[in-house]
Design a protein around this ligand. Sequence first.
Ligand code: FES
Ligand code: FE2
Length: 419
Amino acid sequence: MLSREDNDLLTRVGPGTGMGQLMRRFWMPVLLSREIAEPDCTPVRVRLLGEPLIAFRDTEGRVGVVDEHCPHRQSSLFFGRNEDCGIRCVYHGWKFDVDGNCTDMPSEPPDSNFKSKVKLTAYPTRELGGVVWAYMGPPEKMGEPPHFEWMHLPAEQQYASRWNQDCNYAQCVEGEIDSAHVSFLHSLVNKRDSNKAALAGAYFAGDRAPKWKVVDTDYGMVLGARRLTEDGQFYWRMNQWYFPFYTMIAPVPGEARSFRMWVPSDDTHTSIICVSYRPDGNVSEREIAGWRRGLSQHAAVIPGTLTPVANRSNNYLIDREMQRTETYSGIIGVRAQDAAMVESAGPIVDRTREHLGTSDTAVIRMRRLLLGAAKALQNGQEPVAATNGGLYAVRSHSTMISEDGDFDAYPEIMAAMRV
Ligand code: FES
Ligand SMILES: [Fe+2]
């Protein structure tokens, strides 16, 4: 449970809010590079932290992430002409480069210097790992983007997708780090009755009340959940949460790793970018086909949109017969199952009404870390991770041990999480 003040602080991300200011100290993932693949491509509307923006690639390949609204009379630059190294508003022809400079103002007399006085808000950008990043904070506080493992891998070893969810970012992240729900929401009705019950799935079904151990780090936290196996061993899954909204769930043995970014579009919408990758080899065509169909780590979207096929308007295509006989939820696809739970809690969860148990340990800790960092920033203390990209070179891990110790007591487990 949170007070109303803390719930507001956690969830409101617009300009001038406490969490909005904290997030603006970090580089923000905007969209996939392939969404603006070609020079002079069609501009793409994006919302970030409550701000309406457009992203485009200019004639020389440089990326602009700028205010959607033309500084002249506020019409949308989405309709603009992306040509000759700039985006030109089609209302009166004013033109802006990727840095927001007005480079042409044909509606004013040739001897006017008005164009030198007009600027379009433009944020610094980078392209790393097939993702466009923007920095929306004070220029003097700009740090470096995080160094995630997948950013340095060749394209054949990864697959990325993006989709939208209609709720606040914090409940999306809470749904991700809450390891306890896996034993229910993503489970089968008859756990022995399917080849889908992979190794880890059997453990989830066997011990539905895992023991938690959460360890704070400079970049966020490691959240370990321990389950007892039928042969008396201890199965540990260590998931990662990184400031301010990144997660990496422990991989199931043999499967690709998946990393997710839960980027607040505004207070009630979230843009999700998921990267699945194999550090030691290529991802297969078969894997990519499954991801495209929304079977596991990625969501299948309605073609030409970022809206999942299974969404709130169609009750996530729940099949009640399947729910009776095959799967716990009756909803196909892990992403759709998660989305159904977090979106159905409302656009912004009212955390004054909830009742948290021991299985919510990681959820509680994440809130505390985010709220603490936002309050610290209000008191002048900068977030350490925002300027130390190297802190992010860590990954999730899962392992079996025979003794009843906490995972962080084992140097080899801690070492396995460093990239
Ligand atoms: S509104 Fe854009 S040029 Fe006039
Ligand atoms: Fe889930």
